[in-house]
Design a binder for this molecule. Structure first.
Ligand code: NAD
Length: 346
């Protein structure tokens, strides 16, 4: 029995998320999420901020990512299990929730596996809009797994990238990525080595999954003027770049207390200077200064980005049927008569 209309919570399933993205259009969805992230980063002080709460195991991590702007509260549940793909499972899966701060009642529950890929790509491209060299046309995409096509499409839609150079240690991943991008309008070049992939690229995205200090890029592979978008190093003990690269780059981060634990900069001293992206977006500090500068977005994924993505979905489903109403809150007519409601249901 459904207790009361007002307690129903809109739920966006994976199926409905796919319908929604096709309805809005992939590029338009990426742009809407990037705009929402930028707008939320511009009101940085309004948000409750905390590093995500991580539960580590030998094979992966499960994390909760909460934030609130005082009106809406949001959290994401997300895992990261690099060994999963060998077992036919996703490395990253997620779901998330928005709630009304004033009543505490949820106002949206959503799948976030697809939405995380969209928001991570939107955030990467948004950062690159401020940090990548002007007129960049070519991106190396190292790691061609679940996130990769989303990254390529966001850089095309938001930064004007026209060519992507793919590399993965697994040739089948590269073939899959190339196939999925075949009709995207991007020129796709499949490469045999990471060194080959970075040739002529003004932007290098690393998006590999391995729970270790990996060296996806060595110092000699990163020339002057390049923008690095390092996505995959997002956990303690998990990085992608050789430490020497970090000493040659200007490093931009989402939220330093989380990035110092999880990002590439975990390899550096705690007081190594970093720039917060919200300061760049607000014009309080410079992004790219000159053509020779090497910029690094040390991406780990921050709760506000998920909040922005969730509120984009909440607004995009208005007037559509791309959601189900979930009876997930007990809401008796007499709020103190929870037990009576149970009894009457017998
Ligand atoms: P995935 O498992 O689907 O793909 C990872 C790919 O990396 C695989 O194809 C694998 O073969 C490849 N790879 C592994 N080691 C490599 C190497 N040395 N050189 C080249 N390729 C290599 O994972 P995914 O969902 O695409 O996620 C990739 C990474 O991004 C994960 O570590 C994940 O935690 C991280 N991630 C970060 C954010 C963020 O906001 N920063 C968001 C989502 C995912």
């Amino acid at each position: 029995m459904i207790p009361s209309q007002k307690a129903l919570v809109p739920f966006v399933s994976v199926d409905n998320m796919m319908r929604l993205v096709h309805h809005v259009g992939l590029d338009a969805m990426l742009i809407r999420i990037a705009d929402a992230i930028e707008a939320d980063f511009l009101r940085w002080e309004a948000f409750d901020k905390t590093p995500r709460v991580a539960s580590h195991s030998d094979v992966g991590v499960i994390e909760l990512m909460p934030t609130s702007d005082g009106d809406l509260y949001g959290f994401k549940y997300v895992n990261g299990h690099p060994k999963n793909t060998a077992e036919g499972l996703q490395t990253v899966t997620a779901f998330g929730l928005l709630a009304d701060v004033h009543s505490g009642y949820p106002v949206l529950l959503s799948e976030m596996t697809l939405l995380t890929a969209l928001r991570t790509a939107a955030m990467s491209a948004l950062a690159a809009k401020y940090l990548a060299p002007k007129g960049a046309t070519t991106m190396a995409m190292i790691g061609n797994g679940a996130q990769s096509e989303f990254q390529c499409r966001a850089f095309a839609a938001i930064c004007g990238i026209t060519t992507v150079r793919l590399f993965d240690i697994d040739e089948q991943s590269t073939a899959k990525c190339a196939r999925n991008l075949a009709t995207s309008g991007l020129t796709v070049v499949s490469c045999k080595t990471a060194q080959d992939a970075v040739n002529g690229a003004q932007i290098i995205t690393t998006c590999t999954a391995d729970k270790q200090y990996a060296t996806i890029l060595t110092d000699n592979m990163v020339g002057a003027g390049v923008h690095l978008n390092a996505i995959g190093g997002d956990c303690p003990g998990k990085t992608e770049l050789h430490k020497d690269i970090l000493h040659r780059t200007d490093i931009f981060v989402e939220y330093p207390p989380q990035t110092r634990i999880e990002g590439e900069i975990q390899a550096l001293a705690d007081d190594h200077p970093v720039t917060e992206l919200h300061d760049v977006f607000a014009g309080r500090t410079t992004g790219r200064r000159d053509d020779k500068q090497i910029t690094l977005f040390d991406s780990v994924g921050f709760a506000i980005e998920d909040f922005s993505a969730l509120r984009t979905v909440k607004s995009a489903i208005q007037g559509t049927d791309f959601f189900d109403d979930l009876d997930m809150l007990a809401d008796p007519d007499d709020p103190r008569d929870l037990f009576g409601m149970l009894q009457r249901a017998k």
